[in-house]
Write a protein that binds this ligand. Sequence first.
Ligand SMILES: Nc1ncnc2c1ncn2[C@@H]1O[C@H](COP(=O)(O)OP(=O)(O)OP(=O)(O)O)[C@@H](O)[C@H]1O
Ligand SMILES: [Mg+2]
Length: 89
Amino acid sequence: MNIVLYTRRGALSFMVTPEKITIVVEDEGQGIPDIDLAMQEGYSTASREIQEMGFGAGMGLPNIKRNADELEINSVVGVGTTVRFTVKI
Ligand SMILES: Nc1ncnc2c1ncn2[C@@H]1O[C@H](COP(=O)(O)OP(=O)(O)OP(=O)(O)O)[C@@H](O)[C@H]1O
Ligand SMILES: [Mg+2]
């Protein structure tokens, strides 16, 4: 959903092995200026319109962190963001 809400375009890749699932979410867009802030529960820049659609609780990234075994976020402001996470099976 973050691709739809905050970026111009993006792509999801899934790599599945018997040991783990790796998901890579790569986008072109505004980027995340402060990743530590974006990781805080409840932090969101979602507009009222986005909130009215049921998004914008500021829980997406913290929930990925809680449920994934590994999480890596790389972002360049004005260029885009890559979120990569792994779940061990
Ligand atoms: N791919 C992205 N590109 C630019 N900004 C992003 C991206 N992903 C997250 N953000 C920023 O980080 C904030 C927190 O993201 P997060 O997914 O945790 O919460 P949310 O999308 O605001 O709400 P929820 O996921 O609960 O619907 C967003 O509000 C937005 O400002
Ligand atoms: Mg989100």
